[in-house]
Ligand binder design. Structure first.
Ligand SMILES: Cc1cc2nc3c(=O)[nH]c(=O)nc-3n(C[C@H](O)[C@H](O)[C@H](O)COP(=O)(O)OP(=O)(O)OC[C@H]3O[C@@H](n4cnc5c(N)ncnc54)[C@H](O)[C@@H]3O)c2cc1C
Length: 272
């Protein structure tokens, strides 16, 4: 047992105690998965309970990165920013959209992460997944990607992904990455968050939250960002209870005003 705080493993900086095991190779993953456990990448799309978790938490640090022409095999624990930088170095374009997404390849595949018109499904050739103790290779079609979703089930462990990118002039790749980073800096808050709280519906979720007058709304240390209403920021000392209370307030208010049910993008982990 190695008990630690989930707050050290989540971008919100929130979460109580759990037995946390970091895994660095597929064998360790297969072994750890024999127990019932929660899988965590970089923890940038989750809200972890203040009470922590009775279930073991696997923190994924599978870091392989191999290149063959336009093909890149990325271990699921590789951070997207590391992947983008390594691709740019080799003049491989098509993944620039991911340079400001703070998560891992595994989290990105599971959620079909995307931004600025691109998403992981655009480049994915196949994903290697540990399912019930066996390795399965899922083609892009088998992953059945839709907006921020895939068919990869709870309990499946994504080991890595083969991506196909495109040779492009390095100056263009770097310039696109810089422009996207600049845009993010202008439109998104810098504080501790889990990115967009809600999925986009017929309109951006932030539009509804802003129109409901909730920019700057607070519960304890959690605040609806004044810069981007679809972000909740931990202004210091926020608990999962604060964030959840704020989310419930947002959901109730948006439903009352517009009859719209906001769908959560962030995932709750641990014992709520
Ligand atoms: C400031 C900020 C900006 C963001 N911007 C964007 C954006 O532009 N676009 C976007 O799509 N997202 C964005 N996000 C959200 C998040 O970074 C992405 O969804 C990212 O892909 C999640 O990866 P992760 O490793 O942090 O996943 P985690 O948060 O650790 O996990 C998310 C889910 O994936 C599962 N999971 C993680 N790894 C694996 C694995 N190897 N196998 C199976 N399941 C796994 C977890 O169990 C959990 O259910 C942002 C977040 C922040 C904090």
């Amino acid at each position: 047992m190695s008990m630690a705080l989930l707050s050290s493993y989540t971008s919100f900086g929130i979460g109580g105690e759990a037995d946390i095991v970091a895994i660095h190779d597929p064998e360790e993953a297969a072994d750890a998965l024999k127990d019932d456990c929660i899988i965590l990448g970089r923890g940038t799309n989750v809200l972890a309970s203040d009470r922590g978790s009775e279930r073991k938490v696997i923190v994924n640090r599978l870091g392989t990165l191999t290149f063959d022409g336009e093909y890149v095999y990325a271990g699921s624990g590789v951070m997207l920013i590391t992947l983008c930088a390594a691709c740019a170095e080799r003049c491989l374009g098509g993944i620039e959209w991911a340079c400001g997404v703070p998560g891992s390849v595994g989290g990105a595949v599971l959620m079909n992460a995307g931004a600025y018109g691109g998403c992981i499904a655009d480049s994915l050739v196949y994903a290697d997944v540990l399912r019930g103790g066996s390795l399965v290779r899922l083609s892009r079609e088998e992953c059945r990607f839709t907006y921020r979703q895939s068919s990869i089930a709870d309990g499946d462990f994504i080991l890595g992904a083969m991506l196909r990118l495109k040779f492009s002039p390095q100056a263009e790749i770097l310039s696109r990455m810089r422009a996207l980073q600049y845009n993010r800096g202008k439109t998104q808050p810098k504080g501790r968050s889990a990115g967009s709280v809600y999925l986009k519906g017929d309109k951006p979720a932030g539009w509804y939250i802003e129109q409901a007058g909730l920019k700057g709304a607070r519960e304890g240390g959690a605040e609806v960002s004044c810069k981007h209403a679809n972000f909740i920021v931990n202004t210091g000392g926020a608990t999962a209870k604060d964030v959840l209370k704020l989310m419930e307030r947002i959901e109730a208010e948006v439903f009352k005003r517009f009859g719209v049910i906001l769908k959560r993008e962030i995932r709750l982990i641990g014992d709520f």
